[in-house]
Design a protein around this ligand. Sequence first.
Ligand code: SF4
Length: 379
Amino acid sequence: MENKSIGLYIHIPFCIKKCNYCDFCSYPNMEEYWDKYVYAVSDELVLKSPEFESYIVGSVFVGGGTPSLLPPEYIARIFEIVHKYYKISDVCEISIESNPGTITEEKFRVYRSIGINRLSIGLQACQEHLLKNLGRIHTYKDFITAVDLAQKHGLTNINADIIFGIPGQTFKDWEETLSNITSLGLTHISCYDLIIEEGTLFGEMQEKGILREMDHDLNRQMYHFAIDYFSSKGYEQYEISNFAKPGYQCRHNMNYWERGEYIGIGAGAHSFSGNRRYANIQNVEEYIEGVETGNLKLSEDSCLTTEEALAEKMILGLRMNKGVDLGIVSKEFGIDVESKYKKSIEILSEEDLITLKGKVLCLTNKGLDLANKVFVEFL
Ligand code: SF4
């Protein structure tokens, strides 16, 4: 029997400093934990491996935090375990996230030597004042250096993350960022709308009334301009926030949106296997202790009902430009999905938020702006 494919996510929760908008599981000033953490990650990989011995790993994603902050020997140590205890596909996509303020030539050399074949770089904006606003630790020049070095070391499959909706960002700034970013030969661009989250410095500033979200119309103008601009430069939009040159869609994320299974390793990492979704605790000390004592705590653990699984299938599927094939979903779930959602599909189509072509349901241009309103209909 053919092995089932699975994604592997490894979380490195360390950063030099916390960015002003960041609500990810990431912590500065924890150098003393790095070594112990990498041992815990290695142990968790070993402990979980028997459960996934019949699977083949189709993608590995080392995310954070800032994985590129760690000395590269740590990343190499993790990959030794990955290769020893998991079956890795010959064409596995292996990505690592990096911050331009933390890269060195040596790191890229090691990444290549251990099989990493995709680099994701957090840029966010090209303007120094915006990078400062966001609390980033790097300059635009650092980013250019990172891209040059990566390409020199054969890491040519490169994604850059950029953000629109930054307080103080003008349309001209955005145009400049798009023009710069598309001139570098990158294969992939993730383009996020800044959401001001509670518990971040931006969240606090908003509460105090000293920071305001960008005007909604300007925000939408930036987004739709980016879609057209990327398309004119040969980047196809394949998900609400993601654009790629043909053949360079991120397989790890596609697996997530297609509801493929994945193993999450590390503090705060999420896993999805069978119909169970669960997440490790976020606290680094408790995570290390939990692995060491064989009592790793979870912050979430639930088995999805068929109804919940179907809702996920619809919502995650609609995020992708290729949409959801209701015929395929009906077969998978053993019900007539088109009839089940008949009323919602009619209402959303009348409002021009979705289109149904044959059996394939997709967001419209207007639906991209009001995706949450669409998703609620499938809950
Ligand atoms: S570098 Fe990334 S993970 Fe780290 S604080 Fe900034 S946004 Fe968060």
